[in-house]
Design a protein around this ligand. Structure first.
Ligand code: HEC
Length: 175
């Protein structure tokens, strides 16, 4: 167990070192988190380095009042689990949801495009660490800063009330 934990974390550690070597500008460019930034309350989840290059699972659109476009990305562990229809998701799975305000395209009226980014939300599977919340740790970040504890108290309740039978994950793979 410990060995497989380390195996999953090793590439992350390397990515962290690479990021450090390149300095803060590189972090910003890669959409990754600078070292030392705060983790989410309750769960201690951080924005995973390199997530912006992960595969898309599906897009989504949220009606008013949020009026957002979203896209959910999965790390390689998540994508493999989806391909093999593995449920529950294995430890090491990470899902990231990026959200943007909806905006009418400046170039073409009928098109709706991403406007201002609003949140980055993260779910990390670690069945032992997060045993009391279905094995998932949650993080919501606004401009890279974790939202408050009150917001983090809502995550599991909503996911558990609607999609417990799909390992608490709403998003279905869009081919
Ligand atoms: C009121 C219900 C509700 C609450 C509260 C909620 N979510 Fe979700 N979440 C959803 C829905 C619905 C989706 C499906 C995609 C979408 O509509 O944006 C989703 C999707 C996600 C996803 C992508 C994986 C999936 O399950 O589809 C992540 C990551 C996520 N939420 C994180 C969080 C975090 C972190 C919090 C707390 C800070 C949170 N959510 C609170 C309803 C909720």
């Amino acid at each position: 167990m410990q060995a497989s934990f380390l195996k999953h974390r090793a590439p992350v550690a390397l990515a962290l070192l690479a990021g450090l070597a390149q300095g803060p500008a590189a972090w910003a460019q890669q959409g990754t988190q600078a070292p030392g930034q705060a983790a989410s309350p309750i769960y201690g989840v951080t924005i995973p380095p390199g997530y912006r290059k992960w595969e898309m699972i599906a897009p989504a659109e949220e009606a008013a009042p949020l009026d957002e476009l979203r896209v959910v990305l999965g790390n390689p562990v998540a994508i493999k689990a989806i391909e093999n229809a593995t449920l529950p998701y294995p430890d090491g799975t990470i899902l990231v949801k990026l959200a943007y305000k909806r905006k009418q395209s400046d170039d073409f009226g009928p098109a709706t495009v991403p406007g201002q980014p609003t949140t980055v939300q993260v779910m990390v599977k670690d069945s032992r660490r997060y045993a009391s919340t279905g094995g998932w740790g949650y993080g919501r970040f606004i401009n890279g800063v974790p939202a408050n504890e009150a917001q983090h108290q809502t995550c599991f309740a909503c996911h558990a009330s609607k999609v417990k039978d799909r390992d608490y994950v709403f998003t279905r793979f869009a081919p």
